[in-house]
Write a protein that binds this ligand. Sequence first.
Ligand SMILES: *[C@@H]1O[C@H](CO)[C@@H](O)[C@H](O)[C@H]1NC(C)=O
Ligand SMILES: *[C@@H]1O[C@H](CO)[C@@H](O)[C@H](O)[C@H]1NC(C)=O
Ligand SMILES: *[C@@H]1O[C@H](CO)[C@@H](O)[C@H](O)[C@H]1NC(C)=O
Ligand SMILES: CC(=O)N[C@H]1CO[C@H](CO)[C@@H](O)[C@@H]1O
Length: 853
Amino acid sequence: MRDSMSGHRARLAALAVALMMASGAAAAWELTKKGTVISYDRRSLMVDGRREIFFSGSIHYPRSPPDMWPDLIAKAKEGGLNVIESYVFWNIHEPEKGVLNFEGRYDMVKFFKMIQDNDMYAIVRIGPFIQAEWNHGGLPYWLREIPDIVFRTNNEPFKSHMEKFVNLIVKKLKDANLFASQGGPIILAQIENEYQHLEAAFKEEGTKYINWAAKMAEATSTGVPWIMCKQTKAPGEVIPTCNGRNCGDTWPGPTNKTKPLLWTENWTAQYRVFGDPPSQRSAEDIAFAVARFFSVGGTMTNYYMYHGGTNFGRTAAAFVMPKYYDEAPLDEFGLYKEPKWGHLRDLHQALKLCKKALLWGTMSTQPLGKQLEARVFEVKDQNVCVAFLSNHNTKDDVTLTFRGQPYFVPRHSISILADCKTVVFSTQHVNSQHNQRTFHFTDQTVQNNVWQMFDEEKIPKYKQAKIRTRKPEELYNLTKDKTDYVWYTSSFKLESDDMPFRRDIRPVLEVNSHGHASVAFVNNAFVGCGHGTKMNKAFMLQKPMDLKKGVNHIAVLASTLGMMDSGAYLEHREAGIDRVQITGLNAGTLDLTNNGWGHIVSLVGEQKEIYTEKGMGTVAWKPAVNDKPLTWYKRNFDMPSGDDPVVLDLSPMGKGMMFVNGEGIGRYWISYKHALGRPSQQLYHVPRSFLREKNNVLVLFEEEGGHPEAIMILTVKRDNICTFMSEKNPAHIKNWQRQDSQITAKGGGGGDLKPQATLSCPPKKVIQQVVFASFGNPQGICGNYTLGNCHTPRAHEVAEKACLGQRTCTLPVSADAYGGDLKCPGTTATLAVQAKCSKRAPGAPGAPAAAAQ
Ligand SMILES: *[C@@H]1O[C@H](CO)[C@@H](O)[C@H](O)[C@H]1NC(C)=O
Ligand SMILES: *[C@@H]1O[C@H](CO)[C@@H](O)[C@H](O)[C@H]1NC(C)=O
Ligand SMILES: *[C@@H]1O[C@H](CO)[C@@H](O)[C@H](O)[C@H]1NC(C)=O
Ligand SMILES: CC(=O)N[C@H]1CO[C@H](CO)[C@@H](O)[C@@H]1O
């Protein structure tokens, strides 16, 4: 009887387990729903009372379409991140006071849920001032119209709107159970953004404001800590965090010694504005900065950006290009930018291997010579130890001695010794692969390259303008940030003795502007273009022109490149034209500033929305003609086959904005060349989710004149993969494991593993060709390696044998594998291989169209 009872119970228990397994997802949800306590001490943030290290990356949901999010998040996780961070963007969520939008790219809740589905943590940076190279720093335009408002200081109107928005966002996140305290992914929330320098500008009002902001935030009771970035003294329990390039060296950490060292913005490159030359930050330098930060006690870093994405439509701040942090570990299109992505993945793996020592060890520093030091974390009685050997000298490699052993430490590098003996990672030795980005023609877009145009022409006259003032009116006051464009018009009369008495003297039009660009016409004739720069927004357009006796008409189309996103008194920043005069007249200078000005807000094409399918039919399109200013152009095209990302090469154009199927894809600007004589951005992303199979409509508004038929629609690949690895590299981090306190080689191999190179194709592709292989002293970069004067005989053959037809292959970095004997003493031998990946089925890929960028 008893036995039978217990048997019954056992069966019931088994049934319960089976049920739980059957509804696995629900069971996991039940478990996490309990919620997690996020707290902190001086060493780190703590999850349910346990210290943890965090590798975070910024991915901003409105900067890529939702169908890219799953891949971006998965690749971030694969890159060793356990946190994703995003700002919240007030001006897209509340474009008009009280009108909310959380749809599509703006679906913040969906984004954070997706992070949770990937078992990652999240940081939400509410701001609501965010800067972020985002239009108006995220603040909606309508805030400017609130009477007596002063942004970001102890100002009641600003504070009450800010509080309302913060509460709205917190409620939305709470309703979706997204805070860790509710079982959600969000472990930290940010209030304000880099306030410290404004606090100085606003003096005690600034201090009052920031203290109020901290209290207001904490009163929302999210159950997770709040942070303030670039704010050494954050009030109360708010954690101050560092933003910068080298927080390990430039930041002493919170002055309140009960708070941990967290790094919220570690710039992976430099964001770019129109006029900037290319910017790079090497994988080695970022790895150095992160290793340095952990070696001085940091326990969380955030890559700004991990994926930058695109500033679609009119979302970019003044002068900021659509392409945002394309140099990040995942490029604008979400493709792995190697070796940055892989080298940081390896660094994360190395630091995770040392987690116990990092979080519970006692920190000590040991100088090892000029600009050389060891930083050690050790739990003595448990024999758990990690050492960071750093060489801060940027010129010389050194071999130094640590605990009786010699270590080669290259210039500007840190070696991580996972048990204070074994080098598992060196910031300067890149073991991960490299790759090259290429751009390709597609059949679908080369066909039917037929353009039509609609002339914006109809240069307006003063009489037609309804908004009239004595002086030119400020631009934002007129546009209310609904368009970039305003016409400024004025008419004036000249008598014959006003005219220059010599025919070869032409009068000069001088238009002073607060920014950012303008195109001028006189009596319907094009006079010229002018523009400011990010550093000097104000500029003067100064061009000779022809005037006539009698009434003359001036029309200037002034435009903005977005609103400013930083500094105090943002609500007072101005754009548009300011003072106008004409020089070179017989009577001297004619000042037209107070002549009476008429204003027309936005273009005809904008008013009729001719970039949408509905609006397109309301105007008459004609066959396209080149080199016409103020012209709308359109063409149809079919979607390129395959799934490679799509870009427009706009190099034959001047300046303007672009739309695909009615979606704004950004402002373009080719005519403004940077110091090296090239446009800052020539290729513009068109997300595939904006496209359909057939008959897509591309519409451009061109301000200055261009050659639309020379525009190319291309696809993007990173299918050329490479390795470039010296025999001095430590063995790859993935070959090491921790057993108790010991670091051992996986699958045996002793303590002296040789470095190995791994090549790996993007998903669904295999190595089709070994383009280059050399073991010796090859040179160059991925896509263009050349043989040195010294190499082993069989590198190509060995690489083909190991790699052809494979998604991933591994190659040894030692002479004996490639036919031995390298007859060039004194060189450190290097393996360089370039391979080409493609879909298993042959065919499809077109020939490269443009050089790699
Ligand atoms: C220091 O931080 C602790 C922990 O958050 C907090 O309770 C305390 O108020 C802070 N001290 C000061 C002077 O702000
Ligand atoms: C903008 O408009 C507001 C309200 O109409 C006015 O007070 C302000 O002076 C204007 N700003 C400029 C720069 O003209
Ligand atoms: C390839 O590299 C060589 C020298 O290493 C250089 O002269 C050549 O211009 C490069 N070619 C390309 C296409 O970049
Ligand atoms: C995005 C950004 O603000 N980048 C900064 C990164 O760090 C460098 C050097 O400290 C600054 O000059 C940049 O402005």
